[in-house]
Unconditional design. Sequence first.
Length: 285
Amino acid sequence: MSDGTSSTPGIDVAAFGSWLAAAHPEWMGSGGAGLTATRLTGGLSNLTYRIDGAVRPLVLRRPPLGHVLSTAHDMQREFTIISALAGSAVPVPTALAYLDDQIGKLIEELDRRHLLDHTIVLLTADHGEEFGEHGMFDHGNSLYRPSVQVPLLVAYRGVVPQGGKVDQPVTLRDVAATLADLAGLPGGVPGSSLARFWLETDSVQPRTESPVISEVSKGIRTPPWYPVSKGDMRSLVQRGQRYILDGDGREELFGLSDDWERHPLPVTDSLAPFRTELSRWPWHR
């Protein structure tokens, strides 16, 4: 971060807040309070700041304000180590800003080399994160929406319309079929191309929708209040609702308008279509 009007040297808090609100609005919370930054000592080679005012405290790291040495102030090295340890027993934070910046540099370099017009760019993730919405943090502990909903961006100049937005839930199962379709490769890839959302013709075959199913295996050494501690879990999205089947047979139903899934709907015989659809797709480990 560059110096700005912030009273904390080395970080422009207002600029950081604007970026966070645009790139990760889920971290901003609902209070609307401004962010504050506090310089932390003991950061060794790079400057370290604690950011308060978001959903949870954030840590921002940057090279020193003076002379920068590539061997001592390598932010990519920090990001690589943190990313490698993610999901392990070692407690590390989730890296946010560095990855966004590197993706931007990649896009700019492709454009500079006149390759972007012939490059399919697809950005997504393999899981979401919980930040205490259901008394849990991290991922792999449940199938609540914050754990399974991820971004999916597709860009291909001259082929995929710019600025489009699809509100309908889709599945990562369709990513391979989408890439194959955009690249003009023969069919046979499992899933359905997502090009059906921007094409006006019937050229995409098949045009059937893949089921939006999520699965997580029984947790090992997980706290007993974590849903995954009771066994394998599955979830299904259809008809504007999300159905979750716990390992102990407990069922939950949420409307898609309930972003954080804090208001379960009544469990009635209306769940029969969800049970039938899940039974058509055997569990794959």
